[in-house]
Design a protein around this ligand. Structure first.
Ligand SMILES: [Zn+2]
Length: 99
């Protein structure tokens, strides 16, 4: 089974500091279909993106920006919002202070 795990897992208030999956995604990983896993990996790498992170400029994926009603960020601890109002990428969000 493919996995983005870097064997550097540390739970940063709901996000893994190694692969930037949410704890929920890590828990559910082996229950996902191949398609779901592939989709998450494309979103982690920026291959499938909804916008650019306002902080670092990397391509990133936000469910809300993509017009969905759900987003991975709902399952992590709430961080301080970026001033632009656009969602941060997972790496920048994990470094934001908790709200
Ligand atoms: Zn970023």
């Amino acid at each position: 089974m493919k996995s983005p795990c870097m064997a550097n897992c540390k739970n940063e208030e709901g996000l893994c500091s190694g692969c930037y999956r949410t704890m929920e995604e890590i828990r559910q990983w082996r229950h996902y279909t191949d398609h779901q896993r592939e989709q998450i990996m494309q979103r982690l790498s920026g291959a499938d993106a909804s916008h650019h992170c306002p902080q670092c400029g990397d391509a990133t994926y936000c469910g809300l920006q993509a017009g969905e009603s759900d987003c991975w960020c709902f399952s992590v601890e709430t961080r301080e919002k970026a001033e632009s109002g656009h969602c941060l990428c997972r790496r920048c969000l994990s470094r934001q202070p908790l709200a």
